[in-house]
Design a protein around this ligand. Structure first.
Ligand code: PEP
Ligand code: MN
Length: 336
């Protein structure tokens, strides 16, 4: 429920509302705006009877929020969230970030050479999976803890902060220790116990959209993390399942302006998993930035044909270099 106050509502009237909401066993969250204050009501499990609120002095309107998410919505938090990692800022008005690296960490040579290359070309983060959520059990499942150590080695050599995937609460401790941002993959977007656990950590989380999740379900999943107390949530579109077979998934770029309207959280695009094809990655990365994405995440491999996972969609080093040249032109054009 959202209580919208009159423009001339006094601080005392606002306090009275907050107290009344508290007496109902709920939490009131004031949302000051440029014209008027709104008060978000949290903690209810269903419809709230508003008779005791609607007629109080200073109240203009009471809006019942029927969406399955509140705290990640713009209604409850009009100002865009900016997430900081070291001196990098992710979010509205900030230069879009580039997260690059292999699908999976395979060896010291592979991850360090990739980190050095993407750093040289201007990437902001190194990505690489150590725990891999593969579709079938007979494929490479990642180097696990050894992979995390190799990521930290690559970080030491380049200074690049690390993004890596968490697939289960069991591995939270090592993943937390070796990463700067934790990634929740598409297959785990609705692993609610994992999301709640990540809501209690103090590091940012990239939440990828499930391959058959609606935008509402995507935001409801983000709500699990945010409402537990971790407000550093970055949404990531990575393509959804459609009837189309020419691409691995269908990249839903309209998600960028839609999410920006519905939510205050940053939204980035992963054109690698969205398309499944190397040649399609740079054009879709560029389109994502023009559409207003706060960053892109792409897979890069020193020798994609020999990659243990996702080689077909991984950029070569020269391919990444060319894409970065184009991205730099676009970000300059966009005014960064
Ligand atoms: C990945 O980023 O390597 C990955 C597994 O992506 P997704 O969860 O989007 O399939
Ligand atoms: Mn991958």
């Amino acid at each position: 429920m959202l209580i919208v106050m009159h423009r001339k509502a006094t601080p005392e009237q606002i306090d009275t509302i907050i107290e009344s909401v508290g007496r109902m066993g709920l939490t009131a969250q004031p949302i000051p705006g440029s014209q008027r204050t709104a008060i978000g009501v949290l903690g209810n499990k269903g419809y709230v009877d508003d008779v005791n609120i609607r007629n109080l002095p200073g109240v203009k309107d009471v809006i019942h929020v029927t969406k399955p998410y509140k705290v990640v919505s713009r209604d409850f938090h009009p100002r865009s969230t900016i997430i900081r990692v070291g001196n990098i800022a992710i979010g509205e008005g900030k230069k879009p970030v580039v997260i690059a690296g292999p699908c999976a960490v395979e060896s010291e040579e592979q991850i360090v050479s990739t980190a050095l290359h993407v750093k040289k070309m201007g990437a902001d983060f190194l990505r690489g999976g150590a725990f891999k959520p593969r579709t079938g059990p007979h494929t490479f499942q990642g180097l696990k803890k050894e992979g995390l150590k190799l990521l930290s080695l690559a970080k030491k050599q380049t200074g690049l902060p690390v993004v890596t995937e968490i697939i289960s609460q069991e591995n939270l401790e090592p993943v937390l220790k070796y990463s700067d941002i934790l990634q929740v993959g598409a297959r785990n977007m609705q692993n609610f116990e994992l999301l709640k656990e990540l809501g209690r950590i103090k590091k940012p989380v990239i939440l990828k959209r499930g391959m058959s999740a609606t935008i509402e379900e995507f935001l409801a999943a983000a709500e699990y993390i945010y409402s537990e107390g971790n407000h550093a949530v970055i949404l990531c579109e990575r393509g959804i399942r459609t009837f189309e077979t020419a691409t691995r998934n269908s990249l839903d770029l309209s998600v960028v302006p839609i999410i920006k309207e519905l939510s205050h959280l940053p939204i980035i695009i992963d054109p690698s998993h969205a398309t499944g094809k190397r040649v399609l990655v740079p054009p879709m990365a560029k389109a994502a930035l023009v559409a207003g994405a706060h960053g892109v995440m792409v897979e890069v491999h020193p020798d994609p044909d020999k990659a243990l996972s996702d080689g077909a969609q991984s950029l070569t080093f020269p391919g990444f270099e060319k894409m970065m040249e184009d991205i730099n032109r676009i970000t300059t054009f966009l005014g960064y």
